[in-house]
Design a protein around this ligand. Structure first.
Ligand code: DX5
Ligand code: ZN
Length: 237
């Protein structure tokens, strides 16, 4: 039986995989243009990469950017916190408009507590793992979360090459979900594009985060259509 998050998505009529362009690759000085591109391309959600200069070297933006974007789009906001001690900022980002709030397992000691706190505050809880973290570290938390964001690059930058060894985690998570009747979605973040969608799509992730390849595309709408058609060719859903 399909679990609750998936039913919600299907009820909205959105086809898998959902496409979540990351504005990390957009012009921050012209964010309205980037939002227009994402919406007119038929993408499903907007991925916002928050970096603190500690968990990852770069610093991007804080909750004000999230609330400013929230006021300009009806798409769901998928906020990816690449920050140390994410528990210090979770409520602030949810208040700013994060529909999905994802933090890193590696950056938080009390992950179960934070996962619950995010749900209680009214957002969907996501947990991300860097390439060197195995799925087994996350397994006890899977009943308590709505999304697993599998990093397929070392986080911090757009435009990096996909680390193919991370993709087995996607199929492992899909298998665990089916066997245990759980409801979390599985997202892939890093190195997604037309060159890699074949090997990614075979693992049947639910969400594709795409940064540089989306903003470089000659036709973002055709690009989204192409990703969706490749991505749904897997047999596990
Ligand atoms: C990287 C970020 C990604 C990034 C992906 O740490 O989490 O969301 O924007 O960019 P691409 O798709 O260019 O790898
Ligand atoms: Zn991201």
């Amino acid at each position: 039986m399909l679990a609750s998050n998936i039913c919600t998505v299907l009820a909205c009529g959105m086809g898998f995989p959902l496409i979540a362009p990351s504005i990390l690759s957009a012009d921050f000085a012209d964010i309205s243009k980037a939002l227009g591109m994402v919406e007119s391309a038929g993408a499903d959600m907007i991925h916002l990469d928050v970096m603190d200069g500690q968990f990852v070297p770069p610093i991007t933006f804080g909750s004000k950017m999230v609330s400013d974007i929230k006021a300009r789009t009806s798409l769901e906001l998928d906020v990816h916190l690449m920050t140390m001690t994410p528990e210090r900022h979770a409520e602030e980002f949810i208040a700013a408009g994060a529909d999905w709030l994802t933090f890193h397992l590696e950056a938080c000691v009390h992950s179960h507590r934070l996962a619950q706190k995010i749900r209680e505050a009214g957002a969907k809880t996501g947990i991300s793992i860097v390439p060197s973290t195995p799925v087994s570290c996350l397994r006890p938390l899977l009943p308590f979360i709505d999304l697993v964001l599998v990093m397929t690059v070392d986080p911090g930058y757009s435009g990096q090459a996909l680390l193919a060894f991370c993709l087995d985690k996607v199929q492992d998570l899909v298998k665990i979900r089916r066997e245990e009747g759980l409801g979390f979605l599985v997202a892939v973040d890093g190195g997604v594009g037309l060159q890699t969608i074949g090997e990614i799509g075979r693992r049947t992730p639910d969400i594709l985060v795409v940064g540089s390849a989306f903003f470089r595309a000659e036709s973002p709408a055709d690009f989204v259509t192409a990703l969706k058609s490749f991505g749904s060719s897997g047999s596990d859903r």
